[in-house]
Design a protein around this ligand. Structure first.
Ligand code: SAM
Length: 267
């Protein structure tokens, strides 16, 4: 059981894992191969950072809380392949930090601070970096949204976006009792593997906008949510899949959104 001599800060989402057993399970999911660089957000007390450093060539870890500097540096002192950056990950120049390393396989593995889960994922996607695998521990309800298939209540714009880029898998459940201090939510570990055959999207920003707009009002159908676009074109696409304009966004597979976005963009 890990003992931490730190003052936990709620504002930074500081709930640290107590047991290396869970950490090892998370690291195993990543299946880190040779010549690897692993990015971690929020090393905290380094429980995961150290396990990552045992299997990866290099680990680059961003920690926002400078008060952890002494403790954290002490805890990683016996590794020469851990590189700490004390900075808000969301403000970091990720691409230029990563460019300082030689690697063949890039990974992201983190027990992320839950208050910035989605901004972290969007930063990874928008960086243009190619991750072999992304493994994240997130709040259970958020993980359910990420991995939800179409037709389910949890399916939303973030599910579509993530499932466009990645094969998303809900790996395992982690009880709140595995953390210190104990948070008021449970967690799940989610993995994102790069899709082997990604659908062609004419304009990725337009696609993202169509997806966001389609889900704008949860109770409204596509006709209402997309009323500012050419509904004839949308109906044409929907009818290919056996739907009409009364369908709700949560009933549509990723490929339907891609088709709608591409057709609207090209006209
Ligand atoms: N990795 C440790 C573990 O599993 O026990 C700690 C995880 S804790 C849930 C989240 C960590 O992220 C904390 O150490 C927190 O200070 C750090 N953090 C919060 N916001 C951050 C940000 N924007 N950039 C970098 N680190 C951040």
């Amino acid at each position: 059981m890990e003992k931490y001599d730190v003052k936990f800060k709620k504002k930074f989402g500081q709930n640290f894992l107590k047991d290396t057993y869970i950490v090892k399970k998370i690291v195993d999911v990543a299946q880190i191969e040779c010549n690897s660089l692993v990015i971690e957000v929020g090393p905290g007390g380094a429980i995961m950072t150290r396990e990552l450093a045992k299997v990866a060539d290099n680990v680059l870890a961003y920690e926002i809380d400078e008060d952890l500097k002494d403790e954290l540096s002490k805890r990683v002192g016996d590794f020469n392949n851990i590189f700490l950056i004390f900075q808000d990950f969301l403000k970091s120049d990720l691409c230029s930090d990563v460019a300082k390393f030689n690697y063949d396989n890039l990974y992201f593995v983190s027990n992320v601070p839950y208050y910035v889960t989605t901004p972290i994922i969007l930063k990874l996607i928008n960086s243009g970096l190619r991750f072999k695998k992304i493994v994240m521990m997130v709040q259970k309800e958020v993980g359910d949204r990420f991995s939800s298939p179409y037709g389910c209540r949890e399916y939303g714009s973030i599910s579509v976006l993530l499932q466009y880029f990645f094969d998303v898998r809900r790996e395992f459940f982690v009880s709140r009792n595995e953390f210190v201090p104990v948070p008021n939510v449970d967690s799940v570990v989610i993995s994102f593997s790069e899709k082997q055959e990604k659908l062609d999207v004419c304009d990725i920003e337009f696609f993202q906008k169509i997806v966001r707009d389609s889900f704008k009002y949860k109770r409204k159908n596509i006709k209402n949510n997309l009323k500012d676009y050419d509904l004839d074109i949308i109906l044409n696409v929907l009818s290919k899949y056996g739907y009409d304009l009364s369908v709700r966004a949560e009933e549509l597979d990723v490929k339907v959104f891609v088709d709608i976005a591409n057709n609207l963009f090209q006209h």
